[in-house]
Design a protein around this ligand. Structure first.
Ligand code: KG4
Ligand code: ZN
Length: 347
């Protein structure tokens, strides 16, 4: 049963806020899964000239954008603040200054309009992006969260019960995509660029390393792969040899995808679940989806992944996660603060 602000309301409306990195986003969703609005103000063009996110600039841009984005989300959804059942906001993990902007705005609105406040873990939000517009999807499942800052395997046992099965020891998958793209002079963020360039290359051209690919490990490591690509490019430059960038991109991507696919399948078997979900920006990678779908089909596993707009940072996924916390009575008080290294499943 849906618990709403008061018994007369037909819909449970949640405002979500996301400012953990370089997107300022606000969204309104109804009854947990129907997106009424999802406004994303991206700072990508601002950070592009630096080749990555500059934290201080990100915080300042969030301050400029946060209220206009909230107004737009409410107006596009056709709702007033007083219609809301709760406000959900990302409070970690992420850049501390960036997180503080969203948390402060959410606390002010919650206090001013007397609306319950719900703190949301950004990674849990990425996983919950899979529920948006999908009334039939439910736990249990294994989630592979692959973003710019994280690579984690999570057993989602129920809407509020998660177990971290393994994560990266060093670089995140998206970080490796971005760093490799940067040395190949491709613009930030590099993931979509490598994805595109790989379509013209041979994934078997260069045999880059697949780290920690033993059967018993659910941990990842991408820094060795990143160094191998850099060494390959530097050695070729020193010898004055021309490099086929499409082959490098395709071979690098193949190494990342092979490890991700094999570990998520291994995790699903270990947890005895028949459903896998992808989450985070790298979930938009076309090769990852193609390869994983092929393996899932042969092994009788279900695969789910969000629409591309819900893969990268957005507030609709935060509102979705907030809905399930709100239903479980997990309401925050005004001591809610930014927690840059917030752990998955923390209460
Ligand atoms: O989830 P996200 O928007 O932000 C974080 O929470 O980190 O993920 C951004 C990351 C970036 O590293 C970006 O390069 C990567 O997702 N990404 C991709 C693709 N689209 C975005 N990586 C590989 N292939 C893609 N198509
Ligand atoms: Zn993210």
């Amino acid at each position: 049963m849906t618990i709403c602000k008061n018994g007369e309301k037909e819909q449970c409306l949640i405002l979500g806020l996301e400012t953990s990195c370089d997107e300022t986003s606000a969204a309104v969703i109804a009854d947990g899964r129907t997106v009424l609005s999802n406004i994303i103000s991206s700072q990508v063009p601002v950070h592009q000239k630096f080749g990555g996110v500059v934290p201080e600039i990100a915080s300042r841009k969030h301050i400029e954008n946060v209220m206009p984005v909230i107004h737009q989300a409410l107006s596009d959804a056709g709702v007033k603040l007083s219609d809301l059942s709760a406000i959900g906001v990302t409070y970690g993990p992420g850049l501390v200054g960036a997180l503080l902007v969203g948390v402060s705005a959410a606390k002010a609105l919650s206090f001013g309009a007397d609306i319950p406040l719900v703190g949301v873990n950004h990674l849990e939000g990425h996983i919950f992006a899979n529920f948006l517009g999908r009334p039939d999807l439910a736990p249990p499942f294994v989630a592979l969260v692959v973003s710019g800052g994280h690579t984690s395997l999570v057993h989602v046992k129920n809407y509020n019960d998660f177990e971290l099965l393994g994560q990266t020891r060093d670089d995140a998958a998206g970080e490796a995509f971005d760093k490799v793209a940067r040395v190949m002079n491709l613009p930030y963020p590099g993931g979509p660029q490598i994805d595109k360039l790989s379509k013209e290359g041979n994934p078997q051209a260069i045999n880059f390393p697949r780290a920690l690919s033993t059967k018993d490990s659910l941990e990842f490591s991408f820094s060795g792969l990143k160094s191998a690509v850099l060494n390959y490019l530097n050695s070729a430059a020193q010898r004055g040899e021309a490099v086929n960038h499409a082959d490098v991109a395709a071979s690098f991507q193949a190494a990342v995808v092979e490890v991700l696919v094999s570990k998520v399948i291994q995790a699903a078997k270990a947890c005895n679940v028949c459903r896998i979900v992808l989450a985070g920006g790298v979930a938009a990678n076309s090769e990852l989806k193609t390869q994983l779908l092929t393996v899932c089909n042969t092994q009788g596993l279900e695969l789910h992944y969000p629409q591309p707009v819900f893969c990268t940072d957005n507030a609709a996924m935060i509102a979705c996660r907030a809905y399930y916390r709100y239903q479980a009575g997990q309401i925050a008080d005004f001591r809610l603060n930014a927690v840059p290294s917030l752990k998955l499943g923390a209460r």
